[in-house]
Ligand binder design. Sequence first.
Ligand SMILES: C[S@@+](CC[C@H](N)C(=O)[O-])C[C@H]1O[C@@H](n2cnc3c(N)ncnc32)[C@H](O)[C@@H]1O
Length: 503
Amino acid sequence: MRTKILNYLLKILDPISAEKMIKSLKSSPPLCLRTNTLKISPDELKTRLENIGFKLNEIELVPGAFLVLEEPVPISKTIEHFAGLFYIQSLSSMLPAIALSPQPGEYILDIASAPGSKATHIAQLMKNSGVIFANDVIPDRLKVLVHNIERLGVLNTAVTSIDGNRFGNILPEIFDRVLVDVPCSALGIISKANEVLNWWSENEVRRFSNKQKQLLTSAIKAAKPNGIIVYSTCTLTVEENELVIEDALKKFPIEIEEISFKNIDFDEGITFYNEVQLDERLKKTIRIYPFKFNSEGFFIAKIRKTDITVTRTTALNDFKILSSQKGTTDKFKLLTYKNQEIRSVLNFLSNRFGIDESVWEKFAFHIKADEIWFSSIDFINFFSNDDSTINRNLKTHLLNQIIQRLGIKLAKHVKKERWKISTSALQLLAPYVNKNVIDLENENDVKVFLNGGILKNYNGNFELGEYIAVRFSGIMLGCGLVTKAGIKSQIPRGRRTIEIEIS
Ligand SMILES: C[S@@+](CC[C@H](N)C(=O)[O-])C[C@H]1O[C@@H](n2cnc3c(N)ncnc32)[C@H](O)[C@@H]1O
């Protein structure tokens, strides 16, 4: 198998580089993390982690990213990780979101987004504002995406699970920026995905290439004229990279944009392959080789759409098919803090936890059975804006059909005028919480609480049946219920952990 890969590499690299490349695939790239600036500043995170024995080095290329030099316990098992203060991610994998350069308030599509490394990065670059559609077609991978959205406190994201190829026709000319981080033959990440060696072949590469062309086509159609599309893979074959972009250059009104990353040794895109001269513009795409840049192998192309690509009639036809399908009630009726029903819940939470009422003004809310969810207020405009290709009612109808979840659960109704705040909401709103909080005193209690147990020694002066916020060392852990036996952790099963290690 290695011979197959080496033979392929020899088509695109000189023999010494191909050997170096094979060698680099055997060792893992350095451990890096990205600060979740939705919750903490890079400096604060560095201080926190260094105080518990980690040694971090700032990475100039990506603001808020650190190289982990010393790890006294696995960093994924720290309370800081549980609380969503950072995301473990290779440095190369941070670059597509940087190239996309999403701006606060914009409309973004991440067409193949699970497990959400880049979607959560995009969300933080947008400061939790605007609108992101994070889509993925594989349900199990979507669960991990949802977990990450909850852990990191991402409010500006709608999760969808349709074939990414459909976006171009059902939501055409809508998005300011689209990320197309496609499934690929993964040559750049063999060190962490060793199973690639079992199936890698040039036939598989061709199969991926066809799929990638379709996803890129859909992405181009979904972008607005003048919108940006970033195409990325963690592989290095020409079929899955330059040839996919060349195909799009022939079919659509697009141009390739320069990507300017400082301090990184990358190669420009290949323009001569298999004795064939390719489009010279491909030189503006970039190839990252692990033997030159100490991270995973990646390919990135930044594309600008220069004109419209979808006619109104095509879009409407697709809409008609979807609107004839069932189950499209108004699932996501978005409301502001001014709505009476929402207001009473917000008043309750503000009173309970001392949260200033002005905090709620920047969110949209929707009701889902006995729960209230909150999201970026920009979704209200996104749903209601009319645009040139689609009629507003049809759009709302469609969005109700394809969106699986929007934002994060804020609270659940428990009994008469009482609401239980969710763990993810409490963690995100931690800076505003200043009432009915307890601070745990020892690490054993933290473990009990994070594993869903009962804290026996903290009844304090709280009323039975009330919910309180539980913190440790300045980090909001989640919500607890005051019971006769003690404070019962309300951390949902999916986020519980017994694996916390405290150094
Ligand atoms: C390279 S991974 C994406 C990684 C992700 N962007 C991140 O940064 O965490 C490619 C993803 O494409 C998804 N996928 C494959 N075919 C798809 C399709 N037709 N439509 C949407 N997603 C698809 C896979 O489930 C997989 O999660």
